[in-house]
Design a protein around this ligand. Structure first.
Ligand SMILES: Cc1cc2nc3c(=O)[nH]c(=O)nc-3n(C[C@H](O)[C@H](O)[C@H](O)COP(=O)(O)OP(=O)(O)OC[C@H]3O[C@@H](n4cnc5c(N)ncnc54)[C@H](O)[C@@H]3O)c2cc1C
Length: 398
């Protein structure tokens, strides 16, 4: 082998040259992600178990997240936001999810769904009215799903009936993330059930609107600190000024935001898997069996090497989808691929973490059983894995 070496052609890397490697972050991106992770490590980690047990964020957390700027990543500076990119949102979600995927989904919904929809579809008056609030202290929620319409989202039945200068909303939404904390809701309803998806319209609804109440909160398997509630609309008058986009074009608002939102869920899944692997690497170096650390067994080494490889693959898929979106290039297939792959990878990786902790992996005194429960949601919300596969197949067969 020595004979094959030729030092005369050795390449000296130029570390100052711009890199096109997907995993290379700009200084600004790296600093941002590091600062979010440092915050999560110091301010969130001590509360993770208690928040999971009580199914609630701790009292000052949301205020602190606003202070950090992660709840207004893409809001332009003119409206009080960070004026950063979609890619920054993805980096924040990944970093938070390494510590607590419940906090990550709060940030994800706020940025990739609610703010994204308002920035793209809101008119100037709506932007001036709502973006500064979302940047300062108001959590947003995104309400599409109903009892009878999940994967078949446009079969929704919440009605919006025109009445003078308003629409009157009647119906019920289910599974709405952030509903306990939110002050502002993007709600999808139909103005004409006979028109199918062409009747669907998006509305901006404030929490204090008469006729609107937040209902029962779900008791969940994972991401327990994140609230998931039903919403009730009983003759709720929403001004025509608060129609987001055009009447009958809400399906476009939903499709376009969810296409992007699923990249955020991919990032959440990369984060939860990385968090589980980080814990596991620490644990297996400490835990001794047969007179040595279990990390010394090649069988264990191969398992964590494979998990790290899968995390890296998922991360590159997430970053690639986010960069494509950022550059205005087609990203639909890549977004669906990154969500389906990252969420299945996260289930495998967190399951391995439980296995490598042995009995300690199965109890709440150690962190990995929670991450295993948290990972499961990635295959369900913002389009189940089957629906992602349907999107990918459609693109391949078009
Ligand atoms: C914790 C949590 C948070 C959520 N947050 C929000 C939120 O903030 N806003 C919101 O609007 N919604 C939210 N949802 C709803 C979520 O998006 C839906 O649960 C999801 O889209 C699946 O819909 P469903 O539950 O009705 O399942 P169904 O659509 O009934 O699907 C059940 C099963 O059938 C499969 N299936 C359905 N149709 C097909 C098909 N055509 N081909 C193959 N398989 C199919 C699915 O893949 C799935 O495995 C949340 C859900 C949860 C659990």
């Amino acid at each position: 082998m020595q004979a094959l070496r030729d030092d005369s052609i050795a390449v000296v890397p130029d570390l100052t040259a711009p890199s096109h490697a997907l995993s290379t972050l700009s200084d600004d991106e790296r600093l941002f992600q590091d600062s979010v992770y440092e915050f999560a490590d110091a301010e969130i980690r001590p509360h993770v178990r208690e928040m999971d047990e009580h199914a609630k964020f701790h009292d000052q957390l949301i205020e602190a997240l606003f202070g950090l700027g992660v709840l207004a990543v893409e809001i332009p500076e003119a409206y009080g936001g960070a004026g950063a990119s979609f890619f920054h949102s993805v980096l924040a979600v990944e970093a938070l999810s390494r510590v607590d995927p419940s906090v990550a989904v709060l940030v994800d919904v706020q940025n990739t769904l609610v703010i994204n929809a308002l920035v793209r579809w809101g008119n100037d008056t709506q932007k001036r009215a709502y973006l500064p609030k979302l940047a300062a202290d108001t959590v947003g929620a995104y309400a599409l799903s109903e009892t009878g319409s999940g994967s078949d989202a446009f079969a929704l039945t919440t009605r919006a009936v025109e009445d003078g200068d308003a629409f009157v909303l009647t119906g019920r939404k289910l599974w709405i993330t952030n509903a306990s904390e939110a002050g502002l809701f993007i709600v999808f309803a139909t103005v004409d059930p006979d028109a199918g998806y062409r009747g669907i319209t998006a509305f901006i609804v404030s929490r204090d609107t008469p006729g609107f109440t937040v209902g029962r909160k779900e008791d969940k398997l994972g991401i327990r600190a994140s609230s998931t509630c039903e919403l009730l609309f009983e003759g709720c008058r929403v001004s025509k000024r608060d129609v987001l986009g055009d009447v009958g074009r809400g399906y476009k608002v939903a499709i376009e935001t969810l296409d992007e939102g699923r990249i955020g869920i991919g990032a959440q899944m990369v984060g939860v898997a990385q968090g589980a692997l980080d814990h596991t690497i620490g644990y297996i170096k400490e835990r001794r069996q047969f007179g040595k650390a279990i990390a010394d067994f090649q069988g264990v080494q191969f398992q964590i090497a494979r998990a790290a490889t899968e995390i890296e693959a998922a991360r590159l898929m997430v970053y690639n989808a986010a960069r494509l979106r950022e550059e205005g290039l087609p990203f639909l297939k890549e977004a669906a691929m990154c969500k389906v792959f990252a969420s299945e990878m996260a289930e495998r990786t967190t399951s391995l973490a439980v296995n490598l902790y042995g009995g300690y992996g199965f109890v709440k005194d150690y962190p990995v059983e929670k991450l295993y429960r948290d990972a499961k949601i990635g295959q369900i919300y913002e389009g189940t894995s089957n629906l992602q596969l349907q999107t990918i197949a459609k693109q391949l067969l078009a």
